[in-house]
Ligand binder design. Structure first.
Ligand code: RIB
Ligand code: CA
Length: 311
């Protein structure tokens, strides 16, 4: 079967790091490049984190550094309370030798999509700044993008404000550009990522695979789950980003509904909220496949088989 080509745009971030691990060696996927954006931490730190993960796991995929601030909002937000000072606190990495590519992430996205046969999926697991900037800089890429699968939003409540989820509110205008692009969208929101709680028994299960990926997963999750418990009271940290990759590996891991979904860029309390008409009550034109259910057992099996690909 033909490998699915993808670009993973991320803000590592503990859950982004697991998404990189899952995307890099799966036989069904062809990870063309990792593009990095400011989000969980500054662009300098998220870039170093992506390089550290590829070096630690010996992943031969180029890393491109991208936008260091949102398109419009004055004050960037970071998530140091969850991901720590480095943005990837927990694992001890060897001195970093890997280097980022010189090309800017936005240019890599534009060049790669323009040269493609319209068969590239863009996965975003951070603020959508790089993708939105690419769409604005070169609109010809928009019809050539096969689909966008993104971790972001929620049709229920948020995690930064009651209304908004981090990846969206961190650059709501960028999300607006993507939501109005008229390309196939798959939204992996908090509604399903909060079903992927990484309990201690999950960490123990993955650790038994006794390889580099298993040890990285354990050290990442020990930190991530501690801060998620401190901040949100979760008994297991919600493993948000890897669900996007699990969906590409096996789309039956998610149930989705094709509805109208918009991003609020004008509100105050609701700024950055994703408004999804899940009951199609208004009969507005649908534009997004919004996830509403995760097959939890299938998801953890996909994570474990991804870890085993590093043995
Ligand atoms: O709201 C969760 C999302 O924000 C995840 O992608 C996490 O890594 C942060 O980017
Ligand atoms: Ca992320």
């Amino acid at each position: 079967m033909e490998k699915q080509k993808l670009i993973l745009d991320c803000d590592p971030g503990h859950d982004d790091a697991v998404a990189i691990m899952m995307a890099a060696k799966n036989p069904a996927l062809d990870l063309l490049g990792i593009t990095v954006v400011a989000g969980n931490q500054t662009i300098e730190k998220t870039t170093i984190n992506a390089l550290n993960v590829t070096q630690y796991l010996n992943i031969d995929v180029p890393v491109y550094s991208g936008c260091g601030q949102p398109m419009v909002r004055e004050r960037p937000i970071i998530a140091a309370d969850i991901h720590g000072k480095t943005g990837l606190d927990g694992p001890n990495f060897k001195p970093l030798e890997r280097k980022k590519c010189s090309r800017h992430a936005v240019n890599f996205i534009i060049d790669t999509v323009m040269d493609s046969d319209d068969d590239i999926t863009i996965v975003t697991t951070g603020p959508m700044t790089n993708l939105a900037m690419a769409m604005r800089m070169q609109p010809l890429i928009i019809p050539k993008i096969k689909q966008v699968v993104f971790m972001g939003g929620s049709y229920q409540n948020g995690n930064v404000t009651p209304a908004a989820e981090f990846n969206i509110i961190a650059d709501a205008e960028a999300a607006y550009v993507v939501f109005t692009s008229k390309r196939p969208l798959v939204m992996v929101g908090l509604d399903v990522t909060r079903q992927a709680l990484c309990y201690p028994k999950i960490i123990e299960r993955m650790a038994k695979n006794d390889n580099e990926a298993a040890s990285l997963f354990s050290s990442l999750m020990e930190f991530f789950c501690k801060t998620q418990k401190e901040v949100f009271g979760w008994e297991g940290g919600p493993l948000h980003d890897p669900i996007t990759i699990a969906y590409l590996i096996d789309p039956t891991v998610l149930k989705t509904k094709y509805v109208n979904a918009t991003v609020d860029i004008k509100g105050v309390e609701s700024y950055g909220r994703t408004n999804c008409d899940m009951f199609n009550y208004n009969h507005w034109e649908p534009n997004c496949n919004v996830s509403y259910e995760l097959d939890i057992e299938k998801f953890w099996n996909i994570v474990e088989s991804s870890i085993q690909q590093y043995s």
